[in-house]
Design a protein around this ligand. Structure first.
Ligand code: MIG
Length: 775
């Protein structure tokens, strides 16, 4: 008999149905201490802890109330919050200025409201647990709620309609809409209800699942630990990001070179090849800021070594590259080759720094170097030791490191380390798997920061957990040179951004499989507006450097890499915004227009800041597409054509055109094209998209691009407000910070040039020759 699989749904967990789910029962008593409330239930201890008026943490521990999380995600400590307590006959109400938590006594259930009375969270069913330590809660949703976030997930922007699992996994097989999980775990969602957003973060390091298939609820299940979640009040999507990143931290400013164009391949195999690559970029005048060294640079894949034959003079290579304004970024994997004559292995064994089973035997797994051992990054002194090894790179001038395989990936059936391995004393791999990679990357970031003596490090990572953005940029792993993967990269990165990973990108051109000229062009156009912009390609597949497919394609690819450099002042200003507020550079339309329901499910357009919209073509042989324009008037970046908002248009986009639209009234700062961010700007141009009447604002940010002086106010921020009225524009310019820019800011109008221009009360005239004036 054939099994009917047509209605097969993915089981959340095979073990589930065999084990009994037990509810935690009624509340027996409540004890409150200022902003912390402890509830004793029949089968659990519940803690409700206000971190701020707009952030509340709920922990439900069915064991002994002594559960101690090992999650590294949260870095904020609670602030003082005034909580108003009311006791009713069915339970209690805890109220801050922004949140109300309603506790039902029998059986225990929670409901959480914002200060406008919007229901954010409600237990649809009592919280349950299993003897094995699994936890489950079921929270209400309405059919029209939209769910975003969850970090690095496939699928479309809205995550409803599927089950999503958090278990860091290396997936080389083609990623498709149902491929899950991938390399990162972000058990965090932003929920949009009728334009009101709130967030919820389940701070669980164990394997967890979000079942979002249902109309009126979702379930969250964790493979272990107490239930531990934080609710963020919102109500604007940007507020939710600010609240979430208050808790888990924000990205530091990357060095400017990390925002340039990066070229990678698995692998550029010799020093000579790398030099020739850089020379070709320079000969062709194509901008370039970094070249990656994939695993072939090493001596039989031993980390912290160079192959003597292929890379005999790494220091002069790094130096040579630097003279061309290019940074060399080597890959560093966690696996350490088992080889009694290899220093790193010997040293780690001697110090007892590698992961072991409970009985003391070393865990060994096969990865690129063959049989390998794995540093126990959960231990502080191991992180320190691992970090120190990086002087091997930093001593020769390297300032960026690429962490790969840190899920950790192992070439075996389960694809990872045995769950029975123990870390840092007695934490099982089952418990800490999802944070292993983040701890490696943290070690790398901190070590580089120290070793670079004041320069900003750049770290790229594949694996990660909530909070990873504090240490590294994230790329979405092994995609393929498929149009579908170009399309997938947008919702993936948008949701990473909504999960606080502002600095992210996908391999431009696609990693595995063969790209072609048209795909590379379309992908480079999109990549130029992603936060992180790297072309990377796998071994044995068609090369995909900008010139790989002939002159016609090369010219367009070059033009879009140049465009990236023109737009850098804008992108860099947005980076600073992300550093300050958590709001990512690349945003879904929903972020700017949460009340426009047309925007809620758009996965194929995105915003770069608040007034620039990109609507790429992501189909072969296609020179047009449908674009949705939110309210207002929009100007075509290329043709200056005007589009009235709140409707859709079919727009033309021949191969050399990426549809970009700028909102009327907007101001955007551009730089001149240059070959590397190492070259200082002498001039920047503020393009002002004029309007008849109205006001707009823009903040241009700049600093030295390399040090941490910005943390002490050594930057320049120009807050520009433009008011258009009666053919006159009034600019109100306020500057703060102590950095002396290398550039002058010119102003150029797009659209009708105002008859009168006034800057801080003083009239200005336009220079006839350049059609600009200096602000
Ligand atoms: O098992 O280092 O995702 O970017 O080129 C493959 C070789 C290991 C996977 C990474 C990819 C990298 C490749 N790595």
């Amino acid at each position: 008999m054939l099994e009917d699989t047509s209605f097969a749904i993915r089981p959340i967990d095979q073990a589930d149905e065999k084990e009994v789910w037990q509810p935690i029962g009624d509340v027996q008593k409540i004890e409150g201490k200022k902003q912390i409330f402890a509830l004793t239930c029949d089968e659990a201890v519940v803690n409700i802890h206000f971190y701020r008026g707009d952030i509340v943490r709920v922990t439900i521990d069915p064991f002994d109330g002594k559960y101690d999380s090992v999650s590294p995600a949260v870095i904020a400590t609670p602030e003082k919050v005034d909580v108003h307590v009311r006791e009713g006959k069915d339970g209690w109400e805890l109220q801050t200025k922004r949140l109300t938590v309603v506790i039902e006594r029998s059986p225990f259930r929670l409901a959480i409201y914002d200060n406008e009375g919007t229901l954010l969270v409600r237990d649809e069913q009592p919280v349950c647990f299993q003897a094995k330590g699994r936890m489950r809660c079921t929270h209400a949703l309405t059919p029209t709620d939209v769910v975003y976030g969850l970090g690095e997930k496939t699928g479309v922007l809205n995550k409803r309609g599927a089950v999503w699992t958090m278990w860091n996994t290396d997936v080389y097989a083609p990623h498709n809409l149902e491929t899950d999980p991938l390399y990162q775990s972000h058990p965090y969602m932003m929920v949009l209800k009728n334009g009101h957003a709130h967030g919820i973060f389940f701070d669980h390091t164990y394997k967890t699942t979000f079942d979002l298939r249902h109309e009126s609820f979702y379930t969250f299940t964790s493979d272990g630990g107490a239930l531990d979640y934080y609710v963020f009040a919102g109500s604007h999507p940007k507020d939710v990001l600010a609240q979430y990143t208050h808790l888990v931290g924000r990205m530091p400013l990357p060095p400017k070179w990390a925002l340039g164009y990066h070229q990678s391949r698995y692998s550029y195999e010799t020093e000579q090849e790398v030099r020739e690559l850089i020379d070709t970029f320079r000969a062709k005048h194509i901008p370039l800021d970094a070249v990656y060294l994939d695993i072939h640079y090493m001596d039989e894949y031993r980390v912290f070594t160079f192959d003597q034959k292929r890379f005999p003079h790494p220091q002069s290579l790094v130096q040579y590259a630097k003279e061309q304004g290019v940074h060399i970024v080597p890959i560093v994997d966690p696996g350490v080759k088992v080889d009694a004559e290899y220093d790193t292995y010997r040293d780690g064994v001697q110090k007892d720094y590698f992961c072991k089973y409970a009985d003391g035997t070393l865990y060994k797994g096969d990865v690129w170097p063959g049989t390998s051992v794995f540093p126990d990054f959960l231990k502080k002194k191991v992180r320190k030791w691992w970090g120190e090894q990086h002087t091997f790179y930093t001593d020769i001038g390297i300032e960026g490191i690429w962490n790969d395989m840190n899920e950790p990936s192992v070439f075996n059936e389960t694809k990872t380390m045995d769950e029975q391995v123990v870390h840092d004393g007695w934490k099982t791999h089952r418990q800490v798997h999802n944070v292993y990679g983040m701890m490696m990357t943290e070690a790398t970031y901190h070590a580089l920061k120290k070793q670079l003596k004041g320069k900003r490090p750049f770290v790229l990572t594949r694996a990660g957990f909530a909070g990873i953005h504090r240490y590294a940029a994230v790329w979405t792993g092994d995609n393929r040179s498929f149009w579908e993967h170009l399309e997938l990269s947008i919702p993936m990165c948008l949701n990473l951004g909504l999960s606080a990973v502002a600095f992210c990108g996908a391999d431009v051109g696609g990693f595995a499989h063969d790209a072609n000229g048209e795909l590379l062009v379309r992908w480079t156009q999109v990549g130029a507006f992603f936060p992180y912009f790297r072309n990377h390609c796998a071994i044995d597949f068609a090369r995909q450097e900008p010139w790989a497919f002939g002159e016609t394609y090369e010219q367009i690819v070059k033009r879009y890499i140049e465009l990236r450099y023109e737009w850098l002042p804008h992108l860099y200003s947005l980076c600073f915004e992300a550093y300050q507020t958590g709001v990512p550079m690349m945003r879904p339309l929903m972020m700017e227009y949460p009340n426009d329901r047309e925007t809620w499910n758009i996965s194929d357009q995105f915003m770069v800041g608040n007034e620039v919209m990109v609507a790429p073509v992501m189909r072969p042989y296609t020179a047009h597409r449908i674009v949705y324009f939110p309210e207002g008037r929009w100007i075509d970046y290329w043709t200056k054509e005007v589009f009235e908002g709140s409707r859709r248009y079919i727009v033309e986009a021949p191969l050399d055109r990426l549809p970009i639209y700028v909102k009327e009234g907007a101001m955007i700062a551009h730089a001149d094209v240059k070959l590397s961010t190492a070259m200082a700007d002498e001039q920047m141009t503020l393009y002002v998209y004029t309007m008849k009447e109205g006001t707009s604002t823009y903040t241009l940010y700049d600093d030295d691009g390399t040090t941490f002086a910005y943390e002490k106010g050594e930057y320049i921020r120009m807050h520009i407000r433009a008011t258009f009225v009666d053919h006159t524009v009034h600019f109100d310019v306020k500057t703060d910070g102590t950095y002396q820019p290398t550039w002058q800011l010119h102003v150029s109008f797009v659209g009708d040039v105002p008859k009168t221009i006034v800057v801080n009360g003083e009239q200005r005239v336009i220079d006839e020759a350049t059609n600009t004036f200096v602000l």
